[in-house]
Design a protein around this ligand. Structure first.
Ligand SMILES: Cc1cc2nc3c(=O)[nH]c(=O)nc-3n(C[C@H](O)[C@H](O)[C@H](O)COP(=O)(O)O)c2cc1C
Length: 184
């Protein structure tokens, strides 16, 4: 069974994080920044405790002594969804003063997978430069940009259109691809 560390930060788009936390299979651990908790409540009305049943364990972002602060506890991918440009900048600068940013540094040094679902618009030159630096390190920069080619009818479908793309990157079941029926 795959093991995933999921980070949620204070960017807009908590719904994407919630959907990913709920639908991603495998053994899941969740870390939410303080601002993620605030934005989650503002945007969805949910409390962090509402996500607890979907994961094996929740760690505090301030807990730098948590197991994933060390490279000796391996996993298949760190997915930060949504990822603020502040967290993007910290990771690019090598800052590791929260569990999410520390886990990102550890994942990069240990050559484990990192996917950052960045949400900000427009993007400053600085944010673009940070994204480029990290992309060169092998980090997947995945701006939250839901596809419309599935012709979503509801907000839920719009959200899952994007989270399915993240699941696909991880090799998990991500539903039918675009015009996949034509491959038959
Ligand atoms: C309602 C709300 C929406 C926000 N949306 C974004 C956003 O879309 N992208 C972003 O980078 N920061 C956004 N921010 C700002 C971040 O929350 C802020 O920079 C915070 O310090 C990020 O810290 P974190 O990355 O540790 O969660 C938003 C803040 C609030 C209160």
């Amino acid at each position: 069974m795959a093991r995933y560390l999921i980070g949620m930060t204070g960017a807009s788009g908590s719904a994407y994080g919630v959907d990913f936390v709920r639908r991603c299979p495998g053994e899941k651990f969740l870390v939410m920044s303080d601002w993620a908790r605030k934005v989650l409540h503002d945007e969805t009305g949910l409390k962090p405790s509402d996500l607890e049943s979907s994961v094996k364990k929740v760690f505090a972002d301030s807990d730098l002594a948590a197991p994933f602060s060390s490279g000796s506890n391996r996993y298949d991918a760190l997915v930060v969804i949504p990822c603020s440009v502040s967290t993007l900048a910290k990771i690019a600068a090598g800052i590791a003063d929260t569990l999410i940013t520390r886990a990102a540094q550890v994942a990069m040094k240990e050559r484990m997978r990192v996917i950052l679902c960045v949400r900000e618009t427009p993007l400053s030159t600085l944010a673009l430069r940070n994204a480029l630096e990290l992309s060169r390190e092998g980090v997947v920069i995945m701006p939250i940009a839901p596809p419309w080619y599935r012709q979503p009818k509801t907000l839920d479908e719009l959200v899952t259109g994007f989270t399915d793309k993240v699941l696909g990157l991880l090799g998990e079941d991500a539903g039918a691809g675009w015009r996949e029926a034509e491959l038959e």
